[in-house]
Design a protein around this ligand. Structure first.
Ligand SMILES: Nc1ncnc2c1ncn2[C@@H]1O[C@H](COP(=O)(O)OP(=O)(O)OP(=O)(O)O)[C@@H](O)[C@H]1O
Ligand SMILES: [Mg+2]
Length: 323
């Protein structure tokens, strides 16, 4: 396997706080690896170690075969980083911020100008390019920060919550850029609080909680691990719900049934066999259905089950804890 990021037993403590308690992860060339986890779970710490900004206490991490502690310079020349908080210079214009990064990377002046203009255009900042960043909105700063991380055409890109604070349209643009970069062979490690983002972009996910990897795999495998598929049945007429419930009870005695807020019956841990039988019986009974199908639990369900927190707030509790 063409391993580009390889992490084994990575640990980092800050005083009495264990930020990373020994994590393992790996990413291949052209892969988007999503790092998910509630606040304080160690995402930024991981990104900072991999991008050579922070030394681990123990464990090893290599990027493109270079050890991040022993050969930081070799790593730095091949990576791009967009930190969790925009790292652009307020007093400079958008263009000059990018030219500054280009100079740090020793890009020839004409090439730097061309690359800056191209990236400003890509992130819809051409109009504001000559203005000081101080006058930019939060979303504009984030987009400029992303543009800056791409100046040097990195082979590996670290994005720490790249779309936090972006409106849906600009978020979609960032997603498109990430997909294009990955298709070109760039390896992307992305942290996010947005499960939809992880679902949309990441080939594989690593879920962190309190500095440990608590789950890893594709979005689909995590979803099926957490609950398997669920059967959704929504009768056209809500009044038929009782009949539907009784009928499912006959076909699958003991199966957990939940009535959703949209007037649908959800049967947990159900597979295709039940779907076909329920469909046939509903048809015989003349019950018209608006919706009938198997669904995977959402990543939100996965996250809640694994960590006891909803992703975006990080403060929710499991029902038993709240009681
Ligand atoms: N420089 C530091 N000094 C002290 N503690 C730190 C430092 N950096 C991180 N921590 C602690 O390490 C833990 C992990 O922090 P980290 O920033 O990696 O979390 P995160 O997953 O990125 O969280 P968030 O979603 O809020 O960005 C937290 O408990 C944090 O308070
Ligand atoms: Mg963070």
């Amino acid at each position: 396997m063409d391993t580009v990021i390889d992490v084994t037993g990575l640990r980092k403590t800050f005083g009495s706080t264990t930020a990373l308690a020994g994590i393992d992860l790996a990413a291949r060339r052209g892969q988007v690896l999503g790092l998910l986890g509630p606040n304080g779970s160690g995402k930024t710490t991981t990104v900072r170690i991999l991008s050579t900004l922070l030394r681990p206490d123990s464990g090893t991490a290599t990027v493109l075969g270079h050890d991040v502690v022993a050969e930081p310079q070799a790593v730095r020349s091949r990576i791009g980083l967009t930190g969790q908080y925009a790292a652009v210079d307020e007093a400079l214009s958008g263009t000059n911020n990018l030219l500054l990064v280009a100079r740090l990377l020793d890009l020839p002046r004409s090439q730097a100008r061309r690359r800056a203009a191209e990236l400003l255009d890509r992130f819809e900042l051409t109009e504001a390019a000559g203005r000081r960043v101080r006058t930019y909105s939060g979303g504009m700063r984030r987009r400029l920060d992303l543009a800056a991380s791409l100046i040097g055409r990195p082979d590996v890109l670290f994005l720490d919550e790249p779309t936090t604070g972006l409106d849906p349209r600009h978020r979609n643009e960032v997603w498109d850029s990430v997909r294009e970069l990955a298709a070109d062979g760039v390896t992307v490690l992305l942290t996010t609080q947005y499960l939809e983002e992880a679902d949309q972009l990441a080939d594989d996910l690593v879920v962190l909680d309190r500095g440990r990897v608590i789950a890893a795999g594709t979005a689909a495998s995590l979803k099926s691990e957490v609950g398997g598929t669920r059967l959704h049945i929504r009768p056209l007429d809500r009044a038929d719900l009782t009949r539907v419930t009784a009928l499912v009870g006959e076909l699958a005695p003991g199966a957990e049934q939940i009535v959703g807020s949209g007037g649908e019956l959800v049967v947990a841990a159900a597979g295709p066999a039940l779907l076909y039988r329920v469909g046939a019986r509903l048809d015989e009974a003349g019950v018209a259905v608006a919706e009938l199908g198997l669904r995977l639990p959402s990543l939100d369900d996965v996250f809640l089950t694994l960590t006891g927190h909803r992703a975006e707030t990080g403060t929710d509790q499991r029902p038993e804890e709240a009681a």
